[in-house]
Design a protein around this ligand. Structure first.
Ligand code: PMP
Length: 397
């Protein structure tokens, strides 16, 4: 039999954990694995700005006809404005082209396949560590993955010298994956000065930056979080961006993201876009409409946009508050180890430094689910579960 030869795939390190969490019958269980924002009540509600946009769409939508291959055009326009700023010359010079794609994952996939099929750029450098799905996406699309050092475990800090040293060994045309902000899993981002150095090395060595921008607005703010991308885009002639609205609009299951190419000339952008569209056509033909329409409806309406920004600020501030509380609570549970680095990290995640056996004990003995790397989704911590989580951590370290 043909299917009897198929071997069992290992469970996904993050989504597999969610399955195990769902199957756990212990009532006090806590999921700090997957990166999903939870409010103070431990819920992931639909944003009020999103609900209002959906009500407008329900009233005004006249057809469920296919979108074009590139998706909702108004959406692609607002994506570029969020990425580069509305006044950017990249937009006015028409050097950027954007196609809506299913989430950040779909955008990364389209970008990768475009590179493999149309350019000689088939090696991609990713940070060590990086989001667990990166290697999977890139290798499946046919890219060769190499790693640059990024993190110093002893000091829970960035190893920028090592990053630069590794990138300086890359070959002309290699792709460099950069986390736009809120680096997953470490929560450690480059400073503006460091971004400028990365931009310079990309320029000098003709490396192609691919920005994975999944958390705009979760670090310091919508504009602030784009400063790295904008600094690099001001220096290099060409780059790619795969962005996602799963987190900052809470549109996880609508699968809404985009792939953007910035080319040196408008002509190169147009030509590249034809190949991006060919890639999309061969994969899923055209994207789903609902998520893109929600985002473009919100961003093109001043009141809804303001409401969304306020909701995003609340999410960002609650996570920051949980970071501070986490550090304080660990201390008050008697943990001697210095965890103050957690309050210096950005975004949803904290790279806690907990090792595999400590993570396993937290799951087995305390029903607390954390990714094996020790990455904690701070967005899953609440005032209600904080004490239990910190008590458990105090027992395993
Ligand atoms: N990139 C990074 C760094 C992420 O953390 C995620 C989501 N966890 C994604 C991309 C993918 O986002 P999406 O769910 O929109 O596919």
């Amino acid at each position: 039999m043909i299917f009897s030869k198929v071997t069992l795939a290992p469970a996904d390190p993050i989504l597999g954990l969610t399955d195990a969490f769902k199957a756990d019958t212990r009532p006090h269980k806590v999921n700090l694995g997957v990166g999903i924002y939870k409010d103070e009540a431990g819920q992931t509600p639909i944003l009020s700005s999103v609900k209002k946009a959906e009500a407008i769409l329900l009233e005004t939508e006249k057809t469920k006809n296919y979108l074009g291959i590139e998706g909702v055009q108004a959406y692609n326009q607002v994506v570029q404005e969020l990425l580069f700023g509305p006044q950017s010359t990249i937009i006015t010079d028409k050097r950027a082209v954007t196609a809506q794609a299913p989430g950040g994952t779909g955008s990364l996939r389209v970008a990768s396949e475009f590179l493999v099929r149309n350019t000689g750029s088939t090696t991609i450098w990713v940070s060590n560590p990086t989001w667990a799905n990166h290697q999977n996406i890139f290798e499946t699309a046919g890219l060769t993955v190499k790693e640059y050092r990024y993190y110093k475990a002893e000091s829970h800090d960035m190893d920028f010298d090592a990053m630069l040293a590794d990138l300086s060994t890359a070959n002309v045309g290699d792709v460099v994956l950069l986390h736009g902000c809120c680096h997953n899993p470490t929560g450690i981002d480059l400073s503006l000065e460091q971004w400028q150095q990365v931009a310079n090395i990309c320029l000098e060595k003709s490396l192609l930056p691919l920005f994975d921008f999944a958390y705009q607005g979760f670090g310091a703010g919508i504009e602030e979080d784009a400063q790295g991308l904008r600094a690099v885009a001001a220096v290099v002639p060409e780059l790619l961006i795969a962005n996602s609205f799963s987190k900052n609009f809470g549109l996880y299951n609508e699968r809404v993201g985009a792939v953007t190419i910035v080319a040196e000339t408008q002509q190169d952008a147009v030509t590249s876009f034809s190949q991006i569209k060919k890639t999309i056509r061969a994969n899923y033909s055209n994207p789903p409409a609902h998520g893109g329409l929600i985002v473009s409806t919100i961003l093109s309406d001043a009141a809804l946009r303001q409401e969304w920004q306020a909701e995003l600020t609340l999410m960002r501030e609650r996570i920051a508050e949980m970071r501070t509380l986490f550090v304080e609570s660990l201390k008050s549970e008697g943990v001697q180890q210095d965890f103050s680095f957690i309050s210096r990290q950005n975004g949803m995640f904290s790279f806690s430094g907990l090792n595999k056996s400590q993570v396993a004990r937290l799951k087995d003995e305390f029903a607390i689910y954390i990714v094996g790397s020790g990455r904690i989704s701070v967005a899953g911590l609440t005032k209600n579960n904080m004490a239990a989580v910190c008590k458990a951590i105090a027992q395993v370290i």
